[in-house]
Design a protein around this ligand. Sequence first.
Ligand code: PRX
Length: 649
Amino acid sequence: MSETKVYPVDTEFASQSWVDNDTYLSMYEKSITDPEGFWGEHGRRIEWMKPYTRVKNTSFDPHNVDIRWYEDGTLNASVSCLDRHLESRGDQVAIIWEGDDPSEDENITYRDLYERVCKFANALKAQGAKKGDVITLYMPMIPEAAVAMLACARIGAVHSIVFGGFSPDALAARVEGGQSNIVITADQSLRGGKAVPLKDNVDLALKNAGTECCKKVVVVKRTGGDIAWDDSRDVWYEEIVADASTECAPEEMGAEDPLFILYTSGSTGQPKGLKHTTGGYMVYASMTHQYAFDYKDGDIYWCTADVGWVTGHSYIVYGPLANGATSLMFEGVPSYPDNSRFGRVIEKHKVNQFYTAPTAIRALMQQGEDVLGDSDLSTLKVLGSVGEPINPEAWEWYHRIIGQGRCPIVDTWWQTETGGMMIMPLPGATAAKPGSATRPFFGVQPALVDNEGNILEGATDGNLVITDSWPGQGRSIWGDHDRFVQTYFSTFKGYYTTGDGARRDEDGYYWITGRVDDVINVSGHRMGTAEVESALVAHPKVAEAAVVGYPHDIKGQGIYVYVTLQAGIEESDELLKELRTWVRSEIGPIATPDLVQFAPGLPKTRSGKIMRRILRKVAEDDFGSLGDTSTLADPTVVDDLINNRQNRK
Ligand code: PRX
């Protein structure tokens, strides 16, 4: 193995940063030896209505998984993000919105945002929304998405955001799952100059799924494109907020009252709605945002994620706004109008911290070193990476080309379930090693275990678990606590199971090696192979399907599909195309198979279990190490798969 390069912390950077290495070590020590004291102190970084007296009350015992932080405190998340900034920074920009078209942008001050949120909160109440309701958002990346999130929080409603790239069926399942009575959407969204029919998708979702629960659809006018209208159900956002008051008293919420649900994919069954609560989540999102990016007052911070993913929740909206930051929200894509867009936006808005995904970096990297043109990147101070492992080549490119060799990179490992960053360097404290997420954040106790759940010491590989709770942790799966316990706490008893594998090196640095379950990570989007398989077998010509990930230059992992057709159905290029379109329409474009191979048979054990290990090896063209195939019901299937792989497309 080639020797790992180490990028030491710049001493000048360290001297002005929130946390240098000594501070990191002492704060980390305190956070582990005295979590009550540590989090008791840092919990006060957000606004409370009634201060808490209890800090941590958590159990990972599989018979009684129960996670509570600050449980007797009360608060409203929107107050920390809005009200408390009015006096000190009412005229400071809270959200810079950069439209899909570079000629469109908008600056929204904290006062503007406060008023918009209050207006919409009042309008939602007038539409019948109340504390405890689940409200689904299916939105473009426009300021109204953040307004809607905060308005829900204001009235004590629980938002459930569905990424705007999901299909009507996927949306319907999530509306049903939350028994949502209101959906907030837009006529269309715009990405790379193309309109996406959000409202049409909502209509289809509500019709096809027979969702009875949803009574109102609030529609923001984004493009003015043609849409169908149901007078009994649909209302225009602009109309219902027009006369609403700019003041709305915040609902008093318990620290453990839910703030949002967010669906994510697992290795089995339907996506699960992770439940995040209010107090601990806000403390954790704001604290990680401040320290990971070394955020200082007046900095312009840009996270390129979509609010439909957890990164958008914690690091476009809640974390930055709780910190009084200026958070840039980008509607478009990195390749429109051309590949220099990221650079142009950084220059135009004088961005100081930039947070994106390895897949975006690799896509830019392919375009060459001058991809950002003559954009002025000199305002940048810290760069972040999230969503998937960053390969050292992409790290080096990011550092050299975007960071101009001087900006520290924070490679942040975390998950929808964790609410905020868990393992990452702090830019003034941690020497970086390209490809490593490095060390745990305060209060996070990672460990590696073998397949039997024994803790492994020293430099080694293993299953990554977290041995004790942290405030941002998801508390349950909406409506199914047993599944929460089953998924995360029963494999390795007493620990939170991340589903990731990792290596720890001799310096105690963690290197995330990827999922150890049947989840693949496509362009930083998490995809359950079972979801794609069930979409495929729902096609009338498909008898059986197996889906695995394979290494993909830009996406990190691509979706490789093995399909067994029904008897009598001919293989053809048309059918191949049809299957791709089918999966897109069942789940969404992010699930589109990259490679499809027709397979007359799949490798199964005698008990009928598909041996994915073999399918993965064939997909990777790695036949030398297929391992033991003697337990297969029909070992000749493997030769067929290998011989047939030339026909994959
Ligand atoms: O496998 C890990 C990978 O993404 C998974 C979590 O996906 P999701 O819940 O969609 O959240 C993505 C945004 C936090 C993890 O289980 N992952 C995320 N960040 C990293 C990563 N893998 C390696 N390095 C990272 N920095």
